[in-house]
Ligand binder design. Structure first.
Ligand code: GDP
Ligand code: MG
Length: 443
């Protein structure tokens, strides 16, 4: 199952031997894990093909091992498999907002109504629920009790057999009672393979209540079969979102999630247990990070991001050493520094630079606040000034810029002095053979 992904990563980091052999074994582990989680074989092979290609072709940033890079690549590709970068929008765009639940019998609709109601209550919304399942004995009572437990308003007609009218009246009534979010529970008496009839009933109720969102509930145990259901549903209602329930109880969860993601439909929530609290917004990044072992992975990803930032910064410095220093270049440098943290620390990370630190202590101690000020000063410069910093020898320009940026003349002078310091620094760097060679290699 999906749990095996973490083990695959653990084994990868421990293995020794030639890199290509390690990649091969690792890919086999990943394939096994995903296929046992019921992910479609085609999807698995496409995914592992991309991982393998990237593993063998891409060069990790300096400071990151190839194996670590392989984990990062796996993470990226799994995120894509489970729905990509986008986080679902769960806040209703307006109120009152009507959500209609659909899904086959036993998939977890009524339970999910309770979970949703609790979720939205905790966000401060007034929530109402409508019991429009007239087929299942006890459905009315089940929802009434759930509503009670989570503090939601309830509408139902225990003796009626007309779900369409109940739904219509329920939505009207709950709107009158001031509900911000109204959730309509429906029946799913149609068995597997009878989704056509389900979609028909869905359309009848939808026509009556005009929901703002139709939410399809899929049992994770459906695995790859979720693809067809989600696809047809997605085509029938462009306003759809999906909840995958019972992620706790099956090895097929990976199959359901990836199959739904493959249709392009949006998974908004997953259910992870019978209790009303066992429910979460589905965020592919977070989900995958957890699969792979969150703690370690998070610090690895942070480190990679940081090292990529340093690499970018180094390229800027290389450019500065090679060419003319302008305020434009300094602006970019400051932007990168702000992301990376204190200049001193950044320089320490670049071999060969640390030895120069002492002679440029001032430049290395630029504070975050000062960087921000300097950037706003540069925003007040003309193109001419940005390209030719020496123009700031003219007092009138310095004054004009200071007024434009809302700072003191001394602030502008300070920036100009920083420019001169950096220029001096670069002149010294140009004499350093080791550093020039390093830059040359970076290309
Ligand atoms: P409905 O027929 O679609 O309304 O389904 P129900 O909401 O009545 O749920 C059917 C069964 O699935 C009940 O026993 C629920 O407790 C259970 N169930 C629903 N969601 C989950 C979940 O996320 N995890 C687990 N383990 N059970 C769930
Ligand atoms: Mg139900």
């Amino acid at each position: 199952g999906l749990d095996d992904l973490r083990k695959a990563v653990g084994r990868l980091l421990k293995r020794s031997g030639p890199y290509e052999a390690i990649v091969k074994e690792y890919i086999r582990d990943i394939q096994r894990a995903l296929i046992s989680a019921d992910v479609n074989v085609r999807l698995v092979f496409d995914l592992t093909k991309r991982i393998r290609e990237r593993a063998l072709r891409e060069q990790p940033p300096p400071g990151v091992s190839r194996r670590e890079w392989l984990v990062k690549v796996t993470y990226d590709e799994l995120v894509k498999l489970f729905g990509g970068d986008d986080e679902p929008e769960v806040k209703p765009p307006y109120t009152p907002y009507v959500i209609m639940m659909v899904g086959v019998q036993g998939s977890g609709k009524t339970t999910t109504v309770g979970k949703l109601a609790k979720f939205y209550r905790s966000m401060g919304y007034k929530v109402g629920v409508v019991a429009a399942d007239t087929y299942r004995p006890g459905a009315y009572e089940q929802l009434r009790q759930l509503a009670d437990r989570v503090g939601a308003m309830f509408y139902g007609e225990p003796d009626s057999k007309d779900p369409v009218s109940i739904a219509r009246r329920g939505v009207e009534e709950l709107k009158k009672r001031g509900a911000d979010i109204i959730i309509v529970d429906t029946a799913g008496r149609h068995g597997y393979g009878e989704e056509e009839a389900l979609l028909k009933e869905m359309q009848d109720i939808a026509a009556a209540v005009k929901p703002d969102e139709v939410m399809l509930v899929i049992d994770a145990a459906m695995g790859q079969k979720s693809y067809d259901l989600a696809k047809r549903f997605h085509e029938a209602t462009p306003i759809g979102s999906i909840v995958v329930t019972k992620m706790d109880g099956t090895a097929k969860g990976g199959g359901a999630l990836s199959a739904v993601a493959a249709t392009g439909a949006r998974i908004k929530f997953i259910g992870t247990g019978e209790d009303v609290d066992e429910f979460e917004v589905f965020r592919p990044r977070r989900f995958v990070a957890r699969l792979l072992g969150m703690g370690d992975l998070e610090s690895l990803l942070e480190r990679i991001e940081r090292l990529q930032g340093v690499e970018e910064f180094e390229k800027t410095v290389a450019e500065m050493v090679a060419g003319k220093i302008t305020f434009r270049v300094l602006y970019r440098q400051l932007e990168q520094m702000r992301k990376l943290g204190p200049f001193r620390k950044v320089l320490q990370m670049i071999p060969g630079f640390s030895t120069m630190l002492d002679s440029f202590d001032e430049a290395a101690k630029v504070s975050e606040e000062k960087m921000r000020k300097w950037m706003s000063i540069m925003n007040s410069m003309t193109y001419d000034e940005l390209d030719n910093p020496e123009l700031l020898e003219q007092r009138s320009r310095v004054k004009r810029i200071a007024i434009g940026a809302g700072v003191e003349v001394s602030d502008v002078r300070e920036l100009y002095n920083y420019y001169k310091t950096v220029k001096r620094m670069m002149r010294q760097l140009r004499k350093r053979k080791d550093i020039l060679e390093r830059f040359a290699k970076m290309g």
